[in-house]
Design a binder for this molecule. Structure first.
Ligand SMILES: Nc1nc2c(c(=O)[nH]1)N[C@H]1C(S)=C(S)[C@@H](COP(=O)(O)O)O[C@H]1N2
Ligand SMILES: [Mo]
Length: 264
């Protein structure tokens, strides 16, 4: 009887001894190793010999690496949409002692009453807005996991005006058609560039409160950026000015070689 399961007569034409099999396997893995090492070495040489990008906003990475980073950025931007919200937490999970990091451009004294937020339009017109005026806009709170590239994260509670609400209140919709927002401290020592979709994300705030209290100086009084879709480095404290452009604004940490996009 012929059964499809019967392999009785299907003996291999040439049966290998155990030793032959081992030798053959060794040969295959050794050649694969040689070929792959060659490829890795060649790839490394290619990268090593490829030109450095021209150092401008970002620091000198090899051009192919920067291309890869830019491609990743584009891929992330594509999956990124307004429905893509960062996870939020109940109020009682927010840290009471909020961690404090560096203070470049936000150390020393700040006269909150004299402070004005400068909004620099592309036309050259500059709006000067006091913190009291900003506090009259609709307020939004967010409790989320703040992440620093240095390797710590903490659930914290921030309050302020949504960047997108700020834009519509001050009739800056035409400015928001541009590709980037730049923010700088009043002394211009710390500065960030943000892609417009991230700035206009519904969880991005111009924050003036932490744990429902006015921001203390170490957290960026009187106004800081809270942008949950980005690492801590982009969350500029003590905003002095906001500008809009189609070119990437200068960015403090990108100049040091960090990823410009720094998305989460
Ligand atoms: N002006 C200014 N903003 C800044 C920084 C800074 O040094 N200066 N450091 C950034 C970094 S790296 C982080 S992690 C957060 C820390 O904010 P925090 O001190 O309120 O925790 O602020 C960001 N904003
Ligand atoms: Mo950070």
């Amino acid at each position: 009887m012929k059964s499809p399961f019967s392999r009785k007569n299907k003996k291999p034409k040439r049966s290998l001894t155990v030793e032959q099999k081992i030798t053959r396997r060794n040969f295959i893995s050794f050649s694969s190793f040689i070929v792959l090492s060659g490829a890795a070495w060649g790839g490394w040489k290619w990268l090593y010999n490829s030109p450095e990008e021209t150092t401008s906003v970002t620091a000198g990475a090899r051009k192919p690496l920067r291309r890869a980073l830019n491609k990743t950025e584009l891929a992330f931007r594509r999956v990124f949409s307004n429905n893509n919200l960062v996870k939020t937490y109940p109020k009682d999970m927010a840290a009471k002692n909020v961690r404090h990091n560096s203070d470049i451009g936000s150390g020393g004294k700040i006269d909150v009453d004299a402070w004005r937020l400068q909004v620099k339009k592309q036309s050259g017109e500059v709006l000067k807005i006091s913190i009291d005026e900003i506090k009259t806009l609709p307020k939004t709170d967010i409790i989320y996991d703040f992440k620093c590239v240095e390797g710590w994260d903490q659930i914290s509670h921030w309050g302020g005006v949504k960047f997108s609400d700020f834009i519509s209140h001050y009739k800056l919709d035409d400015q928001a058609q541009l590709e980037y927002v730049g923010m700088e401290t009043p002394d211009k020592e710390y500065y960030v560039g943000i892609d417009m979709p991230s700035a206009m994300h519904p969880q991005t705030l111009l924050a003036y409160e932490v744990n429902e209290q006015p921001l203390p100086p170490r957290h960026g009084a009187p106004l800081r950026l809270i942008i949950p879709v980005k690492y801590g480095i982009k969350n500029l404290k003590r905003i002095g000015s906001i500008s809009f452009s189609n070119n990437r604004p200068r960015d403090y940490w990108a100049e040091q070689g960090y990823d410009y996009y720094s998305g989460l």
